[in-house]
Design a protein around this ligand. Structure first.
Ligand code: ASP
Ligand code: MG
Length: 459
């Protein structure tokens, strides 16, 4: 029996809790989050993000700020954010030295990046957000009387060496966690970093923006946790973004399949990969607001008591649509294979696909850490252009209706298309998944399309 099994069974069930940037934004937010941990003794592993806004500043520095004054202004903002928390601690000296050292590292790395930036340097630099916040948060927990220690997740979060979007290696993470982390969890509440990891050579890597959720799920898997909690600034998932449709309703319970579709199709509440480890290990996931834990939140699990035809609407903007047209496609074979060979060679991930007899349209996956519309690399465009006519369109948003048995329920498409009869819908994808119907609309129409649909379906 491995240490994981013997630990989880039979005395206690372990919870991994993740707190996002807004939940650790400042002293007040950190204290609220700490109170949640205080009242949940089963929470032994806590992963946190950088304080809100910090990663953005670090990314800016990593992109190379050559103007010394501007660089110093950014560094001062970083110092202020962390100093403000430090100054409110009862025993700031417990974290002071570490914070000062890390901020000094940031200044040095930012200077380096201004001379020559690199993806490895970027990861090294941006990892400091989480390295800093964990020192402060662990101390806040200790000041509440919790036996907490700070742990460097890079000792266990093994990834490959793709800086900026490193791929985690679950079986090694599990082995390393059994060795280094589980013994600590028996004695302490462990506070550690989301988002960051390290490759085989010990270089710091990151899992991509918003990756802390994914880190938490990977760690829940690695230590055999029975629950994963994601604490953020909204009380769970809603039928759509309440900022777009004010009558959006909270979702109390949702299945893994539906929630995966939502995370993939733009509900920003979860990093899209988060549910992969949770599904692998059947770990229920709770999403709640650290500002209002009493409001409850959303439970995501394998089986749910209610599986409505329509569950929610998600919106993802900044879509890039590529249309490839070739007369050779007519009754021919191998054209799509060739297209996808080129895309694969350039490591371009495709999202939606629709086809006609002579053309295929696809959207590019959002992998750009800046959140902008993905672009087709010049070399890939050149190779595709040799094969067929290539058109690239942007300023498009993806609207996804998530639900259950939609492809086998008569009339479910009718509601959508009759409500949106005056919109120009592109790339309609329906039927491949029972959980999803989606299409593109012009960016300027996206919000009103969501509002109209929400009104017709959910209000
Ligand atoms: N701090 C990182 C970011 O802002 C990771 C995270 O918060 O999930 O992207
Ligand atoms: Mg997040």
């Amino acid at each position: 029996m491995s240490l994981v099994d013997s630990y989880v069974n039979p005395y206690t069930s372990l919870t991994v809790a993740k707190f996002g940037g807004t939940s650790v934004a400042d002293f007040t937010a950190m204290s609220r989050s700490a109170a949640i941990i205080l009242h949940a003794p089963q929470t032994r592993l806590v992963l946190i993000s950088a304080c809100s806004g910090v990663t953005n500043i670090l990314v800016e520095l990593a992109n190379g700020v050559t103007d010394t004054q501007q660089r110093h202004a950014l560094l001062t903002r970083l110092t202020d954010i962390h100093q403000s928390v430090l100054s409110q601690l009862k025993q700031p000296q417990q974290a002071d030295e570490a914070i000062t050292l890390l901020l000094k590292n940031v200044a040095e790395l930012a200077k380096k990046a201004a001379i020559e930036k690199s993806v490895a340097l970027t990861d090294q630099l941006v990892s400091h957000g989480e390295l800093l916040s964990t020192h402060l948060f662990a101390q806040i927990l200790r000041e509440l009387g919790i036996k907490a220690i700070r742990f460097d997740i890079r000792d266990v979060m093994r990834t490959d060496g793709q800086f900026g979007k490193a791929i985690p290696q679950p079986s090694i993470i599990r082995q390393l966690s059994e060795q280094h982390l589980l013994p600590q969890l028996k004695k302490h509440v462990v506070v550690s970093q989301g988002f960051i990891g390290s490759d085989e050579q010990g270089n710091t890597t990151t899992l991509g923006r918003g990756g802390s959720d994914y880190s938490a799920a990977l760690m829940a898997e690695a230590i055999g946790a029975s629950t994963l909690e994601i604490w953020t600034d909204v009380p769970g998932m809603y039928t759509t973004d309440p900022r777009i449709a004010t009558k959006a309703k909270p979702i109390k319970e949702i299945s893994f399949s539906e929630a995966s579709e939502m995370a993939n199709f733009g509900a920003k509440i979860l990093h899209p990969s988060t549910l992969v480890p949770a599904i692998r290990q059947q770990i229920p996931v709770f999403i709640g607001s650290s500002k209002a834990p009493e409001q409850g939140g959303t439970w995501i699990r394998e089986t749910v008591s209610d599986a409505p035809l329509f569950r929610a609407l998600a919106l993802r903007c900044n879509q890039t649509m590529v249309t490839l047209t070739s007369l050779n496609m007519f009754h021919a074979y191998g054209f799509l294979a060739e297209v996808f060979r080129i895309l694969a060679e350039h490591k371009i991930s495709v999202d939606l696909i629709t086809t006609s007899e002579v053309s295929v349209s696809l959207t590019l996956d959002q992998t750009d850490t800046s959140g902008g519309a993905p672009t087709l690399p010049a070399q890939a465009l050149a190779e595709l252009s040799e094969l067929c006519r290539v058109e690239v369109e942007q300023d498009l948003c993806l609207v996804a209706l998530i639900g259950n048995q939609m492809s086998s329920t008569k009339g479910s498409a009718k509601t959508v298309f009759s409500t949106l009869e005056y919109y120009n819908l592109r790339m309609i994808c329906y039927g491949a998944s029972p959980h999803n119907l989606c299409f593109l609309v012009k960016a300027q129409d996206a919000k009103s399309a969501i509002k109209d649909l929400h009104c017709a379906i959910f209000e």
